[in-house]
Design a protein around this ligand. Structure first.
Ligand code: SAM
Length: 288
């Protein structure tokens, strides 16, 4: 069967349905079947796997998942795409499309309705760039029973997610993602494989869920609060950022003493701290 994603077929489908791209919904459709097949391969999909997709568009990636997976559940916010998907997904009865904003969806409920308990699950998506981070954070924070996520995003965001301490790209997003998952960039993708081409290059990131977080934290909410507070002004020292954050509760001196107790130099910048040091910060401030 001819792939949906060939430039010619994509054009035909869009023209026949009179579809116009909405930039505000991050609609850049993939028109390279090889790139799509590589995305699905990177997720290790077998005939037992259930795939969750965010934003199927006209079904280019959905089709590639459907050829390998047991079943596919796709969330599409744009109802204009539903009649198109109805047509393009007709050969794949094991694909269900829901017309829902994934950010508002009850994902645990949807998953339990669509997949068998304990089924191998993968998220495979070419994410809309305007909401990449909120979507990823929702998928991670809700602790869904998903083995792996293979997601296309803006290269610069992928670099921030997979960054190591000491690098410019390292920040609260890196720590949040790496707390929940092993992260790796699988390959980069030029803008020419999209219709219409976006203004930036892209990357495929693989996030493999960790069985347990890499550090023990006294309180998860406080851990993430401290991480965010430490990076509020990247150029400022840890002591300055944290004493500002705790100004209603602690004097600067008390914050400095808390850092000294765990042997962290307050003159350092947050970007030099490893995750285990943020965990140590959490234990100290948890007790105050
Ligand atoms: N998967 C298709 C492909 O690779 O060609 C389309 C990817 S396109 C980058 C992003 C898709 O996400 C669009 O179809 C858009 O309508 C949809 N979308 C945008 N925001 C969404 C949201 N909050 N929830 C669900 N779908 C969304």
């Amino acid at each position: 069967m001819k792939d949906i994603a060939t430039p010619k077929r994509t054009k035909d489908i869009l023209e026949r349905h009179g579809f116009r791209f909405k930039k505000s919904l991050g609609q850049n459709f993939l028109i390279d079947p090889n790139v799509l097949a590589n995305i699905v391969d990177a997720a290790g999909v077998t005939e037992e796997t259930g795939v969750i997709e965010v934003g199927p568009g006209i079904g280019a990636l959905t089709e590639q998942s459907a050829r390998k997976a047991k079943n596919v559940l796709a969330f599409e916010i744009d109802q204009r795409l539903l009649p198109i998907l109805n047509e393009t997904m007709a050969p794949y009865p094991h694909v269900s499309v829901v017309n829902e904003d994934v950010l508002k969806a009850d994902l645990h409920k949807r998953i339990s309705e669509s997949f068998a308990p304990g089924q191998d699950l993968a998220v495979i998506a070419n994410l809309p760039y305007y909401v990449t981070t909120p979507i990823l954070m929702k998928l991670l924070e809700e602790k869904l029973p998903v083995r792996v996520m293979v997601v296309m995003m803006q290269l610069e965001v992928a670099e921030r997610i997979a960054a190591s301490p000491g690098s410019k790209a390292y920040g609260s997003l890196s720590i949040a993602a790496q707390y929940y998952a092993h992260t790796e960039t699988v390959f980069t993708v030029p803008r020419t494989v999209f219709m219409p081409p976006p203004n930036v290059d892209s990357a495929i990131l693989r996030l493999t869920r960790r069985e347990k977080p890499p550090v023990d934290v006294a309180d998860e909410a406080l851990f993430f609060e401290l991480v965010r507070a430490s990076f509020v002004q990247r150029r400022k020292t840890l002591l300055n950022n944290l004493s500002k954050h705790f100004q209603d509760k602690l004097s600067k001196q008390e914050t400095a003493e808390a850092l000294q107790r765990i042997g962290i130099d307050g003159a350092r910048r947050a970007e030099t701290l490893m995750m285990k040091e943020f965990a140590a910060l959490t234990s100290t401030f948890f007790r105050i």
